[in-house]
Design a protein around this ligand. Structure first.
Ligand SMILES: [Zn+2]
Ligand SMILES: [Zn+2]
Length: 145
């Protein structure tokens, strides 16, 4: 299991404060085309589980981006606040929102085969293709978990 800790952060304008009580200490990048549209480049997020609260929910606009997930942003400054799984309520929160980024470890890249050729990260990471991601996270077929 990865270590977790409490992390706090905010959007650019400060309208939305974030508290994640059991945030991972690792960062994952996603190179899928939706994240690159949304972020202008790869997203770099921290898995924050489901225990995430915001100082002002009314300051957040939520965009349903697929059948399985939605994305939230500050309606004043536009900072991207989360990617949330609609079924589980699991949050992925952009690493850049958090106050303390000193001890984070960038360890995973997903949709690596969707990455455009004009950039690549030098970090040594565990990389997964689109097919590998769907195989791992697709609703389990006949499995109990
Ligand atoms: Zn804001
Ligand atoms: Zn993505």
């Amino acid at each position: 299991m990865t270590e977790t800790s409490k992390r706090t952060g905010s959007c650019l304008c400060g309208s939305v404060g974030i508290t994640a009580n059991s945030a991972s200490n690792t960062v994952g990048a996603c190179h899928c085309s939706m994240c690159r549209k949304w972020d202008g480049g790869p997203s770099m997020d921290i898995d924050c589980g489901t225990d995430v609260t915001f100082s002002d929910e009314t300051a957040i606009t939520v965009y349903v981006s697929s059948d399985w997930a939605e994305r939230g942003f500050c309606r004043t400054c536009g900072s991207h606040l989360f990617y949330r799984m609609r079924d589980s309520g699991q949050y992925l929160v952009p690493a850049g929102l958090f106050d303390d980024q000193e001890h984070l470890v960038f360890d995973t890249q997903v949709f690596i085969d969707n990455k455009p050729s004009f950039y690549s990260f030098a970090n040594e990471t565990n990389n997964m293709t689109e097919a590998e991601v769907f195989a791992m996270y697709a609703p389990s077929q006949g499995e109990t978990s």
